[in-house]
Design a protein around this ligand. Structure first.
Ligand SMILES: NC(=O)c1ccc[n+]([C@@H]2O[C@H](COP(=O)([O-])OP(=O)(O)OC[C@H]3O[C@@H](n4cnc5c(N)ncnc54)[C@H](O)[C@@H]3O)[C@@H](O)[C@H]2O)c1
Ligand SMILES: O=C[C@H](O)CS(=O)(=O)O
Length: 476
């Protein structure tokens, strides 16, 4: 008997008129049944959040306690949560355990940041004629935050929204991806147990085109924190009007491997990272630019390493690569690979599909206008392209509609400094791949990779607003 998962509204578990199955992504078997929100439940969830926010403000020290406790409870349930992620996303159990511990860290960082939200004293009397005035700023929560998350990291990316939102004093209406909602429901259990007042967290599940659209249209929501594809993010931004929105969107991230790099370090990092989470990572290694002096060795070593990686049951601790989110996505990528080969690309290793499973694949002889290069692959595939000068590498890396993060392997400080300054993206990772992220660092894209920054401290800034207060003293 598979569990039936209810919506979470105003501290209560709520049924609706419709249900949908959540599938095990490796074998297609149902692992849970979720109640799907209708317009009525969406309305109730937003009402609950707004009433909670108006009913009581949670003092920062209590926000700290609640978030810290939630982090502890998440770690106490790590194995259960990792199994959930492995089943509903298809990520390997090793990756799933790692994600749960990162999510717990994200909540802990949010807890710590809840104690550091403050304004500043404005030296207003330094402006002539204002000697008898005093001024300061205060930073206040926005009110109701809508958190919409993608399928690929349902633990960490959800905690990157709910954690800062609560740390900042907001109430939350949360919509997980309809394909991977189970973790989110368990997170609501955790926040209930951690003492979060009812109504401060509400979860509605269901298709983005219905539930997501209804949330976008609800004028009572003060801020949207969206992570997902560029196309959906743009649609949401166009729906919400003047209300603030944070968009963490797509990418086709580059990594440059210069001739002076430590070859094996770069091969290991690029190859293992490109295939992590079956390549379904926004900052995944997709375009690798290698100096021509080491290009052949890089390709040979990367192909050899790729051949050793095990594709299979994500619950098997020896598996390196699980299935993609569904067979339709794997077929999309298979089509892109065939198109690339028709246009002259070479499959160095991999390329075969078995249902939702795709072999780790490396492409060479790729042209920048091929979909495998210029669009977001979001699959266990990466391209290797050679270059002669760093100018060429920078030009190719920047030749993208996206700009999330980039990696650069070099032992030259001058090359590293130049890349840091000239790469057009939100983050440059020196001597590691584009896919590096520490959860406390500022994180967010340029161009079509989005707007706004995550990382608890930065998300809190976006989920609060500053007000200046000026006091005129009675004096002379
Ligand atoms: N930049 C980042 O931090 C980051 C992180 C992870 C994933 N992503 C991106 O997410 C994408 C993959 O995730 P996905 O397939 O779940 O993305 P998606 O855009 O299909 O869905 C993301 C979320 O939006 C919801 N949604 C769909 N239509 C909506 C609408 N009309 N209104 C409101 N919400 C709607 C979905 O239900 C889901 O919860 C990739 O493009 C990836 O790059 C970005
Ligand atoms: O998919 C992109 C995410 O940002 C990955 S992570 O959870 O931040 O590592």
């Amino acid at each position: 008997m598979i569990p039936k998962i209810k919506l979470f509204i105003n501290g209560q578990w709520v049924e609706s008129d419709q249900t949908e199955k959540v599938l095990n992504k490796a074998n297609g078997e149902p692992v849970a049944e979720i109640y799907v929100a209708g317009l009525k439940e969406v309305e109730q969830a937003v009402t609950s959040a707004q009433r909670a926010f108006k009913r009581e403000k949670i003092a920062p020290y209590r926000r700290y306690d609640i978030l810290k406790r939630a982090s502890e409870l998440l770690m106490e349930r790590q194995e259960e949560m990792a199994l959930t992620l492995s089943l509903e996303v298809g990520k390997t159990i090793r990756e799933a355990r790692m994600e749960v511990s990162r999510a717990a860290q994200t909540l802990l960082i949010s807890a710590e940041e809840s104690k550091r939200i403050h304004g500043e004293i404005i030296p207003i009397s330094s402006s002539p004629g204002n000697e008898n005035r005093r001024a300061w700023t205060i930073r206040q929560p926005l009110g109701v935050v809508c958190a919409i998350t993608p399928f690929n990291f349902p633990a960490n990316l959800t905690c990157h929204k709910i954690g800062p939102a609560i740390a900042a004093g907001n109430a939350v209406v949360y919509k997980p991806a309809s394909t991977t909602p189970i973790f989110g429901a368990k997170l609501c259990e955790i926040f209930l147990e951690s003492g979060l007042p009812k109504g401060y967290l509400n979860m509605v599940m269901g298709p983005g085109s219905v539930v997501g659209d209804a949330l976008a249209k609800d004028q009572r929501i003060d801020f949207y924190s969206f992570t997902g594809s560029t196309s959906v993010g743009l649609k949401l931004k166009n729906s919400v009007g003047l209300r603030p929105v944070s968009l963490e969107l797509g990418s086709n991230s580059p990594t440059i491997v210069h001739g002076d790099a430590d070859l094996m370090v770069a091969v290991e990092a690029c190859t293992r990272s490109a295939f992590a989470n079956a390549g379904q990572v926004c900052i995944s290694v997709q375009r690798v630019y290698v100096h021509n002096s080491i290009y052949n060795d890089f390709c040979q070593q990367a192909a050899a390493l790729a051949k050793t990686l095990k594709v299979g049951d994500p619950l098997d601790p020896t598996t390196d690569i699980g299935p993609m989110i569904n067979e339709k996505e794997a077929i999309r990528v298979e089509g892109w690979l065939q198109e690339a080969v028709t246009e002259g690309a070479k499959i160095l290793v991999g390329g075969k599909r078995n249902g939702p499973f795709l072999e780790p694949t490396i492409l060479t002889n790729v042209h920048p206008k091929m979909k495998c290069s210029c669009q977001e692959l979001f699959a266990p595939v990466f391209n290797v392209v050679s270059y002669n000068t760093i100018d060429e590498a920078l030009a190719m890396a920047n030749d993208s509609n996206y700009g999330l993060q980039a990696g650069v392997f070099t032992n030259s400080l001058d090359i590293a400094s130049r890349c840091a300054e000239e790469l057009e993206c939100g983050g440059v990772i020196i001597n590691d791949v584009s896919a590096f992220r520490a959860d406390l660092m500022p994180y967010g894209g340029w161009k079509e990779s989005g707007t706004g920054k995550e990382g608890p401290r930065y998300a809190i800034e976006e989920m609060t607003r500053e007000k200046v207060v000026v006091l005129k003293l009675k004096g002379k």
